[in-house]
Every structure is written in C-alpha cells, then in structure tokens.
Ligand binder design. Structure first.
Ligand code: G4P
Length: 532
C-alpha cells in the first residue's frame, strides 16, 4: 500500500484528564474493543490495570501513578489506532505536553461530578496552543453529577472552546438509563455492571417511536425528546471541519467503568478524528504524505528492562515510509544511523517491526544518541518544531553526596534530563547545577533513579528562583552587556543556550524595562505562545 493509503487507515491520539477522572479505565475499554486485552471488567482488578498501562518503572509501581508515557496500538474497524498514554500526575505535566506534540487529536475525560478541574484547564491550554482537535468524554454518569447542560456551559467557559454534544444521557446517577447517540441516531440502554463489549445496541431511528417510551418510561422519553429538541435548536448541525480546526469540541457522555457510551465514542472517533497530519520544521512544512521518511523523538524512556541500562527513544513518524535496517540521517549529530530492532508497542509488550508509516510511534534502542526533539530524515537538514521546554516552576541545586561517585552523578543527571525527566541548567562557572521541575515528585524520581540506576547519591537544596528565561535580541551588544551584568544569574540549558534565572517576578520586570532590545521567553521555542 502507498504511504497515502496507509495514512488513511491510521489515527494517533492521546487520552488526557485530571487524575482520577477515568483516563485509565477508558483506555482499557478501548483496548478491550480493539481486542488488545481480553479480560472484561479489567479496572476492578488492579493486576490488569497495572499491566495494561505503562508502569515500566519500579517507582511508578510503588506510587501507583503512571509516570511513564507509553504507546498502545490496536485495530478497530480496519483502522490502526495508536493510543499514546500520558501520566496523570500533575508533576509530570511536561511529559504530557511533549506527548501532545506526537498526536493528531485528543480525547479529554471529565468527571461529571467534579466538572472541569485544574489540570484539565492546563492540558486544554496546550491543545489550544497547538490547535489539536479535542473530543470530550464526560465520564461517571452512573454517579449523581452536575446537570449536563450546566456541564456544557462550564466546558465552554473554562476550557474556552465551543462544544457540540454528540451523545446525550437519559438521567444520571442511580437513574441513569443510557445515552442517545445524536451522531448515529441510536439509543444505547444501560445495564449497570455490564462488562460486555459485543454490539447489543437498540436502534431507534425516530425519537417519536413509542418503543422509546416502552424502554425508558414515559417521563424519561419525554425528557429525552425535549432535551434533544433543545440541543438541535441551540447547536448547529455537527460539522467536521470546525472540529478538525480545533474550534469545536464534540462532547460524549458515558460511564467508562460500566463500559457505557464508550463504543459510541470510539466509533465516532474513528469516523471523525484526523488522519496523521504533517508537521512544521524550522525550514518548511512537511506533509504526511511525502514519500521520504521523517520523524522526531518526543520521549526517551530508560530501563524498560531493569536488567539492562537500555533506553528507548520514542519516534513519531511524520512522513514517508520507515524501514528496519535502513540508514537515516540524525540531523543534530549530522550522522547516519541504522536501526536493527525498531519496536512497536502493545501495552507493556513490544514487537520488532519491519516498517512504519506516518502516525506510527516506534521505539528505537538508544545508546545515548538521542535527545528529545531530535529529527531523523532521509538526508534533509531540518528540525521539527513544537517540542519546547517550558520554564520550570521549582528550582533546586543538585548537591553531590558522594564525591567518589561524581562521574556517575554527572552521567546520570545528564541522561535523565536528556530523557526530559526535568531540566538541567548549568551555571556559567560550569560547576553549579540547578534542576528545574514542574512538581516536587520529579525531584524524588531523579533522586531515586540516580541512586538505583547510577549508584550516585545526591540531595536537592531549594534555591530562590522564579523563572527561567530564554533570550533573543535585536542588539547583540545589549545582550552581551546584560549577560556580563547578570553573570551570577546566567545558566546554560541542555543546548547551550544562555538562560536568565530571574529571582523574582520583580527582577524580571526590571530586566525587561531596562533592556528593551532583549526579549525574555518562558518557553525555549520562541515562536510558540508562552504557557505561563
Ligand atoms: P485516571 O486514570 O484518570 O486517574 O482514573 P482511573 O481510570 O484510574 O479512575 C479513577 C477512579 O474512578 C477508579 O476508582 C475508577 O474505577 C473510577 N471510575 C472510572 N470510570 C468510572 C465510571 O464510569 N463510574 C464510576 N462510578 N467510577 C469510575 P478507584 O476506586 O480509584 O480505583 P479501582 O479500585 O476501581 O481501580
């Protein structure tokens, strides 16, 4: 098959949510439908829950949160679906942001009791910034939550996106009776505890049909008719284009744990979600259907197999045809590399693959060649954009606790920050190392991994820093002068860019006022809007 037709049968997306909204549960149900796992009712059994998700790391198992991001592929109705899992914990938000660069759309899960939560808003901000199409799944309808119309208003207001319901619930909580698919004009009746995935949907083509009253009772049938009439009156006919342009988010209701509303979601997703899209590079836009292979690394994961210190770099294929054992050009290193054992992933198992196409995510064995954002091509010199580092929120100085293990510590911190666990800033003097992270948990992970994987002991000393600012200028002299003046606050990032570590918001404002020809950026990719 040609690259063009391979693209048509692929969908690459992520499920994102505030922790506990039901992302893991929904993921499992999708895997069930895709035949990737066989056991129904999986979520109740923690064993399956753990193995179906991506907890490769010991620390993750200990804490019971999903630190790692992995890829799960399955087929549904002839479509190859690549689902990229993201860590739910907010301290690993940056990992999630990076994963979002590798997908073409997302499903956002919301808990109907809690509504839009803090992490939901931040994730949505990233989607908006990248213009990623979003489908919203309102979960836990078997609980008494907020009124569905109020939820729609809340979504529009807090997530700053127009919404369009494509399914509608009949009651909620203990009275929850089912969801009517406004898209397929089908009624799916709820049987609590049902874990079956086979198709037993009652088709009601016309809501006026008396069968509806028989099935759900007159009162609820009347309510559903009124609700649907209201929706059809208020909202425009669903149009795929504004969804693909990220202007409108279709909304579905259901209960993931009860396997309810999930099939409607998956079926509609397969039909409306975008096929693998092209990506912008620093030189030109690369279309997905170009014949030459290109791809970029969006994640590096260490120690998938704890017996070896192996690293796996996750590559998203952007265009063309990737083939095992072919040489590809590593643009940053200006080096040609060949991959004998590229992997495709299915939950925690991995298989060697011969080829891959746009939208696919493959795992490449890495012996230290890769950093996040690296681009592979068939020779063209260009780097994919949109994998920025954001200014961390917490900064701590890395203190070596065992001088005999200095080398191990250096190597470990370098490798862990290459993986994107946190950001490393090295002071101008070359000695002082500051680690910047989004949350406290990242420091714990680094400390744990440095000790367990590299045998190096460290501690972190809090320091007073407010923001890391990358700088651009129209006047090199002014920038050189600023760096000289602020030498104590100038650090270098992983790519040797100078970064001004502002101690306070006030210090940053003074710097901005006094240096009009310098622009201070809180993301490392200056064309992207600032997140913070
Ligand atoms: P997350 O990945 O977004 O963090 O959420 P996860 O799927 O782990 O779900 C969080 C909790 O919500 C789990 O309960 C899960 O069983 C429950 N849940 C998921 N979907 C539904 C739903 O449709 N209805 C209801 N009522 N609950 C739902 P837990 O007690 O934390 O874990 P477990 O013991 O059930 O595994």
């Amino acid at each position: 098959m040609s690259v063009q037709s391979e693209i048509q049968i692929r969908r690459t997306f992520a499920i994102i949510s505030h922790p506990d909204a039901g992302k893991t549960t929904l993921t499992e149900k999708f895997l069930l439908y895709g035949g990737a796992i066989q056991v129904a009712g999986a979520v109740k059994s923690n064993k399956i829950k753990k193995s179906a998700t991506s907890d490769f790391m010991e620390i993750e198992r200990q804490r019971g949160i999903s630190v790692a991001t992995s890829v799960m592929s399955f087929e549904y109705e002839g479509v190859k679906v690549n689902l990229l899992d993201t860590p739910g914990h907010k301290d690993f938000a940056e990992d999630t942001y990076r994963t979002l660069t590798a997908v073409d759309s997302v499903i956002l899960v919301i808990d109907c009791v809690k509504g839009v939560e803090e992490q939901t808003m931040r994730l949505m901000e990233v989607c908006r910034m990248r213009k990623t199409p979003v489908i919203i799944f309102i979960n836990k309808m078997d609980r008494d939550g907020k009124d569905p119309f109020d939820l729609l208003d809340e979504l529009e207001e807090k997530l700053k996106i127009r919404v369009r319901p494509l399914s509608w619930p009949i009651n909620m909580g203990t009275h929850f009776k089912g969801v009517y698919s406004l898209y397929h004009k089908k009624l799916n009746l709820f049987r609590p505890g049902s874990q079956r995935v086979e198709d037993d949907v009652l088709i009601i083509e016309d809501l006026k049909d008396g069968l509806l009253d028989k099935q759900v009772g007159e009162r609820d049938a009347k309510q559903l008719r009124e609700d649907v009439e209201l929706i059809e009156g208020v909202y425009h006919e669903f149009d795929r284009k504004p969804y693909l342009d990220a202007d409108i988010a279709p909304v579905f209701f259901g209960s993931a744990i009860n396997n309810f509303g999930v099939q409607e979601l998956l079926e509609t997703f397969i039909q409306i979600s975008p096929v693998p899209q092209g990506r912008e590079t620093d030189v030109r836009f690369v279309d997905a259907d170009e014949n030459k292979f290109t791809g970029f690394i969006f994640k590096i994961h260490a120690n998938i197999d704890p017996r070896h210190r192996d690293r796996i770099a996750f590559l998203r294929v952007c265009s063309g045809h990737f083939e095992r054992n072919s040489f590809y050009h590593h643009v940053r290193l200006d080096k040609n590399l060949r991959f004998n054992n590229p992997y495709a992933f299915l939950a925690s198992s991995k298989d060697v693959i011969e080829e891959a196409f746009p939208g696919d995510v493959i795992g490449l064995y890495d012996t230290g060649n890769f950093k996040i954002g690296d681009t592979l091509t068939e020779g063209e010199d260009m780097m994919f954009r949109g994998i920025p580092s954001f200014s961390p929120e917490i900064f701590k100085e890395l203190i070596n606790m065992d001088p005999m293990k200095t080398k191990q510590l250096e190597k470990g911190i370098q490798q862990l920050t290459d993986e994107g666990v946190a950001q490393l800033f090295i002071h101008n003097n070359g000695y002082k190392k500051v680690v910047g992270a989004v949350g406290e948990l990242q420091f714990e992970v680094i400390q744990y991994r440095l000790e367990n994987e590299y045998g190096a002991k460290c501690r972190f000393q809090p320091i007073h820093m407010n923001k890391a600012c990358w700088m651009t200028t129209t006047d090199k002299k002014q920038l050189d002068e600023f760096i000289r003046l602020k030498i104590d606050y100038i650090y270098f990032d992983k790519d040797q860019n100078p970064v001004y570590m502002a101690e306070t918001g006030w210090a940053l404002n003074v710097a901005i006022e006094n240096h009009p020809k310098i622009t201070f950026h809180t993301t490392s990719e200056f064309k992207t809007a600032s997140l913070v």
